[in-house]
Design a protein around this ligand. Structure first.
Ligand SMILES: CC(C)(COP(=O)(O)OP(=O)(O)OC[C@H]1O[C@@H](n2cnc3c(N)ncnc32)[C@H](O)[C@@H]1OP(=O)(O)O)[C@@H](O)C(=O)NCCC(=O)NCCS
Length: 128
């Protein structure tokens, strides 16, 4: 599998949310901004079909906030999530700390790939 810089269309992003089980907005204008404003988007494709995506913000020298990682259900548990994070790590280097807010069902994934659980993360939740 090759990880690319190709950004998906909002419809491709929404289709992957459905296929992976990740809950995200379905308003195309909002999704378009979510994709356009992220400064790091990495994707895996099978032909024209989006198979996996990672979306993040980073300053490239200190911290990176992981906003989404998702893999289509039929490709899950085959190493693509690990590959996306390894690719990210390689691009960011050792000075950059990765921060992720895990969906309840994804905690095991983060722990398996080396993230440590923190009790010092605070969230001011969005209202819509
Ligand atoms: C979470 C997700 C991105 C993981 O991607 P993946 O390609 O299936 O993960 P990998 O195959 O690379 O797995 C890497 C390791 O994590 C483990 N793992 C993966 N998903 C897991 C899960 N849901 N629970 C527990 N462990 C999990 C794998 O067993 C593997 O461990 P191992 O190397 O010790 O055998 C993917 O399952 C997904 O898209 N889930 C739905 C969307 C989601 O919840 N995203 C996270 C939002 S915070």
């Amino acid at each position: 599998m090759i990880v690319t810089d190709q950004r998906p269309t909002p419809r491709q992003y929404i289709a992957l949310c459905r296929r992976s089980g990740l809950h995200r907005p379905t308003d195309e204008a909002r999704i378009a901004r979510m994709i356009a404003e992220a400064n790091l988007v990495r994707t895996v494709w099978n032909g024209d079909t989006l198979v996996a995506l990672l979306r993040a913000w980073t300053d490239w020298v200190y911290v990176c906030y992981l906003a989404d990682i998702m893999v289509a259900a039929e490709y899950q548990r085959s190493g693509i999530g690990r590959l996306l994070v390894a690719d990210l790590r390689a691009r960011l280097g050792d000075r950059v700390q990765l921060v992720a807010v895990a969906a309840p069902t994804a905690s095991g994934f983060y722990e398996s790939i080396g993230f440590e659980k923190s009790d010092r993360t605070y969230i001011l939740r969005r209202k819509q």
